[in-house]
Design a protein around this ligand. Structure first.
Ligand code: UDP
Ligand code: MG
Length: 318
């Protein structure tokens, strides 16, 4: 009998929590040889999500919950769940039923075959805005080009992992976590399960465009230093061009004398270089911001209440 922990990050999911539990339980009840425990992570919800979790925990012995002191984000919620899991296997999935529980039995077969991880990827993005899909495509293209860590396009945070892989993930203690990259970075053999996007029927998406943009920039700068190389490369190229131009201008001045007009050239050069310099400082700034956040080494989340007995209210900072 293998023990399996199901980690479910929840932020304002009162509309779907009970349905999620019921539907998932229905699917899992047909699976033999596994003992499932739910770890719901309440990411500082402002609705009755926590009350619903408590009610579930009261009536079902396989429900655990952790509740944060405020909204720390999905990454923190997943990390907290992983940290508090003890199962031989761990499943991570969303609460909104966009990660079909019906896939779990099939994905579990991948683990039985000997894979360390069974993960889902979306083949379609039906129901998602065009702009969001376009930016998502761009992100994966840029990110996979720049980084050694290749993230499969459209991988979602729905996966089953072995204890060994989870422990490896927990060893990456960075404060600014980008799980899609971390999952890829730790390696191990992953079997992919394609599925068609399911539209959210209950509750609403928690992502804003700004949030996704920040997520994308963090994703690239957390796993690649190519943007920094790009800056050096640009500086090098511009220096060569400038050097040639200086020599040419000097020779011209020596031979033909001073040629006063040059307003446009000067203006273009100043504006162009100004732009490049600003951009370079911005890129450097992104990395310094990461160093700053990591150096402060603040806890990734703070638990306010939980029914995981031994960890009650513990301030997690390791
Ligand atoms: N979520 C979370 N904290 C947040 C935002 C989201 O724990 O700050 C959870 C949310 O409750 C859901 C999952 O992360 O279970 C995915 O969120 P959502 O469905 O809003 O994202 P989408 O499916 O639109 O990418
Ligand atoms: Mg969703």
């Amino acid at each position: 009998m293998s023990s399996v922990d199901i980690i479910v990050p929840c932020y304002n999911e009162e509309a779907v929590l009970e349905t999620f539990y019921r539907v998932t339980e229905e699917t899992l009840s047909s699976m033999t040889g596994y003992q499932f425990t739910y770890i719901f992570v309440d990411d500082g919800s402002r609705d009755s999500t926590l009350a619903k979790m408590k009610a579930l925990a009261k009536s079902h012995s396989n429900v655990r919950y952790l509740s944060f002191s405020r909204n720390f984000g999905k990454e923190a919620a997943m990390y907290a769940g992983l940290k508090h899991s003890s199962g031989d296997l761990v499943i991570v999935m969303d609460a909104d039923l966009q990660h079909p529980p019906a896939m779990i039995p099939e994905m579990m077969k991948g683990i039985e075959e000997g894979y360390d991880c069974a993960a889902a990827r979306r083949t379609t993005r039906a129901g998602e805005s065009r702009i969001r899909s376009a930016f998502s495509n761009l992100f994966y293209r840029v990110s996979n080009k720049m980084s050694d860590v290749k993230m499969p396009q459209d991988a979602v945070d729905f996966r089953i992992m072995t204890r060994q892989m989870v422990n490896s993930i927990l060893e990456l203690s960075e404060v600014e976590r980008f799980s899609k990259g971390i999952f890829a970075w730790v390696g191990f053999d992953t079997k992919w399960y394609p599925y068609e996007n399911v539209e959210r029927t209950l509750g609403t998406t928690k992502w804003s465009f700004r949030g996704l943009l920040k997520y994308a920039i963090d994703g690239i700068t957390s796993f690649s230093i190519s943007p920094l190389r790009l800056v050096s490369g640009m500086g090098f190229l511009i220096s060569i061009v400038a050097f040639i131009y200086i020599i040419a201008t000097l020779i011209q001045t020596l031979i033909f004398g001073i040629d006063v007009p040059g307003y446009v050239t000067t203006l273009c050069a100043v504006l162009f270089l100004g732009g490049i310099i600003e951009l370079s400082i911005g890129i450097l700034g992104e990395y310094i911001a990461h160093i700053y956040m990591e150096a402060k080494d603040r806890p990734i989340y703070i638990i306010k209440s939980t029914n995981l007995s031994d960890r009650d209210g513990k301030h997690e900072s390791e």
